[in-house]
Design a binder for this molecule. Structure first.
Ligand SMILES: [Zn+2]
Ligand SMILES: [Zn+2]
Length: 61
């Protein structure tokens, strides 16, 4: 599935978080997410694309 970069307008894959052309994060594709994931159990900051906490190993939904 293709979409267009919200910054430069180049065609990129819909699942791409960052534009391959200008490198800008496609915030429209990340529903309600910030730049990092805060673990609901221990409060540790994790990468936005992580699916479990690096500190306590809780699984993110
Ligand atoms: Zn772009
Ligand atoms: Zn945690």
């Amino acid at each position: 599935m293709k979409t267009n970069c919200i910054f430069c307008g180049e065609e990129i894959d819909f699942e791409d978080i960052y534009c391959a052309y200008c490198g800008q994060p496609q915030k429209d594709n990340i529903e309600g997410e910030t730049s990092s994931r805060i673990c609901p159990v221990c409060g540790a900051e994790n990468a936005p694309d992580s699916n479990h906490c690096i500190v306590c190993c809780s699984i993110f939904i």
